[in-house]
Every structure is written in structure tokens, then in C-alpha cells.
Write a protein that binds this ligand. Structure first.
Ligand SMILES: [Zn+2]
Length: 257
């Protein structure tokens, strides 16, 4: 029996997969990846994402939202477009949303504004949020804290923070999305994960980005999630099937799959 895995974060509708998308999804299915959850980026990609969801019903599942790196001068228009999609159909989550202070701080205030507004949608529709928090983990934790009155749920995708931050996130009832970074030497994430139980951990690839070792630097794809599961199993000194079972059950629970 092959282990059952869920890739909770992959951008498989982007042009990086135009040449072999169906084969790539086939490889993922063969590797035991039963579901691939797709975070939105912005209106340039929404249609591509929704087309893939239609093509693979129950397997490729779409979120809706505006990525913090797509919050620019026209962010109000972007928010309006995403909001309109929510009125037309249902989505498994609001995502990916959050704060990214790595590249550009020009639209910092607008990023906050968009983050707050989109959290409101998640509460309205009672679905989780998928948080992108590059160089802004403490800031994102603070925003979640502000809105957490017991109803907000979600995940800090691509978590790479400290043990203290991980504990704060778990205390807020949120999950940690763990991906290829776990396999990188010197990430320090192995030491953090060693200390935590897996009750709030879900797995992701972030494909096409952040491929795990031994594919680091190459295009990432959903089937590679097994390397993340194996690395986590090694760190926790657990059976990889058990890691797969626990993290998949967590994802099923969080996203109501
Ligand atoms: Zn992403």
C-alpha cells in the first residue's frame, strides 16, 4: 500500500508546468498524493487555476485571494475581483494572503489592509486562511492574534521560523505548513521540528518553488512531497507512513476535505 499524502500548497497552474502538467499530476498520483491544494496569486492566474480545478475535480482544489507580492497600486481592483469570485463559487480557503517584506516595502500599508480585509472573508465564509509571511512572521502572528476570537483557522505556509514562533502559531490554533526547506542544510528547521508534536503540521511543496533535496534548485513538483515526509520522519524517528497519515489527517481536518 502506498502512503497517502496531500500537497497543501502548490502553484501547478502556472506556466512552469505548461509542457507536462498532466504527466506531473500523474506522477504525483502515483506517489500517493491524492489531493493538491492550489493557492491563488492574482487575477493574471485565477482563470488558469480554476480551469485546472475543473479538469481534476476533487483532486486539484482551488483557494481564492490576493498574494501579498501582488498588492500594488491596483490592489483594490484585485481585491474586488477575488471578492467577486467568492460570490460565484465556493473555495477551500482564502489564500494565499499575508505580508512579504522581503522585496519591497512600498506597499506595506496596503499589504496590511489587504490582509485584514481577506481575513474578514475567511470568517464570513468559515474557511481557513493560508498565510504567506516572508520576513514578516511576527507581524503576521500579531495580525492573526488580533482577529482570533476562536473562529479563525489556517496555516502559516512555508514555515521557517523559530521554536518560539511555532509555539505561538500553534497556540493560536493555526497549523505549520512544512515543505522543502526542511531538507535544506542549515535551515535550522529540523531542530525546531524535533521539539514539536505533529498535531498542527501539514505538508506542502510550494511547487514550482523550493524543491527539496535532492532536487534543490530545480523545478519542484507535487510528487517530491514524499522527500519532505521522509525527512520529517527521520527527524521525528517515526515511520514515514505514520507521518503521512497524521499530516494528511490534519490537512483533511483544516481544509474540510
Ligand atoms: Zn505560494
Amino acid at each position: 500500500m502506498i502512503m497517502q499524502l496531500i500537497d497543501t500548497h502548490c502553484h501547478i497552474y502556472t506556466r512552469e508546468f505548461d509542457s507536462d502538467r498532466d504527466n506531473m499530476i500523474g506522477r504525483a498520483t502515483e506517489a500517493g498524493v491524492g489531493q493538491m491544494l492550489m493557492p491563488a496569486i492574482d487575477s493574471d492566474e485565477h482563470e488558469n487555476m480554476l480551469r485546472l480545478q475543473e479538469q481534476y475535480p476533487g483532486i486539484c482544489l482551488a483557494m481564492m485571494g490576493v498574494h501579498p507580492c501582488s498588492i500594488k497600486e491596483d490592489f483594490k481592483k484585485e481585491l474586488e475581483i477575488a471578492k467577486t469570485w467568492f460570490q460565484k463559487q465556493s473555495f477551500i480557503a482564502v489564500g494565499e494572503i499575508g505580508l512579504d517584506f522581503h522585496w519591497d516595502l512600498t506597499f506595506k500599508e496596503q499589504q496590511y489592509q489587504a490582509f485584514h480585509e481577506q481575513i474578514g472573508w475567511a470568517l464570513q465564509y468559515d474557511i481557513p486562511i493560508v498565510i504567506h509571511s516572508r520576513e514578516a512572521t511576527d507581524e503576521c502572528i500579531a495580525v492573526v492574534k488580533e482577529h482570533q476570537k476562536g473562529k479563525l483557522k489556517g496555516v502559516f505556509h512555508c514555515f521557517g521560523g523559530t521554536l518560539e514562533q511555532a509555539r505561538q502559531i500553534m497556540d493560536l490554533g493555526f497549523y505549520l505548513g512544512i515543505g522543502g526547506v526542511l531538507t535544506f542544510k542549515k535551515s535550522g528547521l529540523d531542530a525546531v521540528m524535533k521539539e514539536l508534536d505533529l498535531s498542527k503540521v501539514i505538508l506542502e511543496t510550494d511547487a514550482p518553488y523550493l524543491a527539496p533535496v535532492p532536487f534543490r534548485g530545480k523545478r519542484n513538483e507535487c510528487s517530491y512531497i514524499k522527500y519532505v515526509a521522509q525527512k520529517l520522519a527521520d527527524i521525528k524517528e517515526m515511520d514515514v507512513d505514520e507521518v503521512a497519515a497524521i499530516t494528511s489527517a490534519n490537512a483533511t481536518n483544516l481544509f474540510a476535505l
